[in-house]
Design a protein around this ligand. Structure first.
Ligand code: GLU
Length: 495
């Protein structure tokens, strides 16, 4: 680097999220994306998305799109990668064979890598034998120093070679991880690991190094489970004489009981949160707090605030606890505080079939505002919004027993008369004044009118302020529903 400058100083910060398409985007993965994205955005750097699909058995093409969709749903846009392209394309490892070949040749030419002709069966046998003798089951270096003639003769037997890296037998690798500090690995714990399989497919550690280098990645921010890969990757960088990026291994995500996060703790796939009616802004906010905490202790942060406050070097070393209950609570707070247009936009897929297409947005916003403190997820909205758009509801049994007794016919008739005298588009305050007057005139508590009216208008015993509901329904809808309820009560009393 010129004048001892770091790669980040010469190229700007470049980070990447590199999922393998072997499953859905787990919430732990979503947090890794978020941390990368926040770090890129706060440093004016670039966020790259790369698909690590060299594992032919486990990678599935059809899993790429759902991962991309989940990242996009979270609003974490990438500057380079699938669908957007970029100067270091392609961003799928399965399409980068030529790049890997060039680096393979360099390693072979410099003597850092060598062909290994051992068959999988032979390797398995030797591993077994090592285990039986209590030795670590590592590759024994058999093909390390073969002569050219020996290589030719093994090839002539029809063996195809894998490529292994010559790893020093002694010494250590130390890295200074941004989160974990100095971490040291003994070379003696490593063996000459495979870089390219005998079929020609590079393995993860090799492809990852070549890509991180050729894509000018400055900071590798990834899950802690990859910490054990890091010394291998550092050996590859060294063998190639390449600068080594900075590493930050983010801690695991565990359930509140400190066990591995699984379905029994709630949804684990990001996409499920979308379906269950969580706001991506709430999920991002919550995920940021799993393993990190802002210095000022303020838990609620928009993505703009997160970008300003996030500090990679303050991410905790210990596992982050993922508590679905807290996320759900936080989602409820977000539902109460986002703008009404945003709420309506996010709610739209959940309200299809409940709110007719082309319904007036202004009224919908008021309806959502009236009910939003009653739900914790968007999926609960149809249950509390339905009666604003349809009178095809039944009366709650419990309510009928309590509020539709013998006196209800008279009460509902009086209410209907009061409402009939109101303006077509009377405001909540006007309804309230009319009801207070009526209660006084009848010598009853206002609640004696409010409860049966609520049941008549909504079918439910609880809900938003009744007079707001009345304003939103409008006079004529209120009248029709009061009539219907009175008829229902009349029938009930007669039966
Ligand atoms: N492809 C790896 C995974 O999905 C990520 C490796 C890395 O970030 O270096 O776990």
């Amino acid at each position: 680097m010129p004048g001892g400058m770091t790669m980040a100083e010469t190229h700007g910060v470049r980070v990447r999220f590199a999922p393998s398409p072997t499953g859905e985007l787990h919430v732990g993965g979503a947090r890794t994306v978020l941390f990368n994205w926040l770090f890129a955005r706060q440093s004016g750097g670039k966020f790259i998305l790369r698909i690590e699909d060299t594992d032919e058995q486990r990678s599935k093409d059809e899993l790429v799109q759902p991962i991309l969709d989940s990242v996009r749903w979270l609003g974490l846009d990438w500057d380079e990668g699938p669908e957007v392209g970029g100067p270091y394309a392609p961003y799928f490892q399965s399409q980068r064979g030529e790049v890997y070949r060039e680096y393979t040749e360099r390693l072979v030419a410099s003597g850092h890598a060598y062909p290994c002709y051992c068959t999988p069966e032979e390797l398995a046998q030797r591993r077994e034998a090592a285990r039986a003798e209590g030795r670590p089951p590592r590759y024994d270096g058999r093909c390390r120093d073969l002569s050219e003639a020996q290589r030719r003769s093994l090839a002539a037997e029809g063996r195809t070679a894998a490529l292994r890296l010559r790893v020093p037998d002694t010494g250590q690798i130390s890295i200074t991880d941004i989160i974990r500090g100095e971490v040291t690995f003994d070379n003696a714990t490593l063996d000459d690991f495979v870089l390219v399989k005998s079929g020609g497919m590079p393995v993860y550690n090799f492809a990852c190094v070549v890509d991180d280098h050729t894509m000018r990645i400055t900071h590798v921010i990834r899950a802690e489970e990859h910490l054990s890969n890091t010394p291998k990757q550092v050996h590859i960088y060294r063998a190639l004489g390449l600068p080594i990026p900075e590493f930050a291994h983010v801690p695991m995500v565990l359930a509140p009981d400190r066990s591995k996060l699984s379905k029994r703790h709630g949804a684990t796939a990001t996409a499920e949160y979308k379906v269950q009616g969580y706001l991506p802004e709430a999920l991002n906010n919550y995920l940021a707090l799993v393993g990190w905490y802002p210095e000022d202790g303020e838990e609620f942060m928009s993505v703009v605030e997160l970008t300003a406050k996030f500090r990679l070097d303050r991410v905790s070393k210990s596992a982050g606890i993922y508590d679905n209950g807290k996320l759900t609570w936080m989602n409820g707070v977000y539902l109460r505080s986002v703008s009404l247009p945003r709420l309506a936009e996010a709610a739209a897929p959940f309200l299809a079939g409940v709110v007719p297409e082309g319904a007036a947005p202004g009224r919908l916003h008021k309806v959502l505002d009236a009910v939003r403190d009653r739900v914790k997820t968007l999926a609960e909205l149809p249950g509390v919004v339905g009666y604003f758009y349809s009178d095809q509801f039944e009366y709650e049994d419990k309510g009928v027993r309590k509020h539709f007794g013998p006196e209800a016919v008279q009460v509902l008739e009086s209410c209907r008369e009061a409402v009939a005298g109101m303006a077509l588009d009377a405001a909540a305050e006007a309804y309230e004044a009319a009801y207070r007057q009526l209660a006084e005139r009848l010598g009853v508590q206002a609640s004696a009118l409010i409860h049966p009216t609520r049941l008549a208008l909504t079918g439910q015993t609880v809900g938003p302020g009744l007079f707001v509901v009345m304003e939103l329904l409008g006079r004529d809808q209120c009248l029709a529903r009061l009539n219907r309820a009175a008829a229902f009560c009349r029938q009930l009393a007669a039966s």
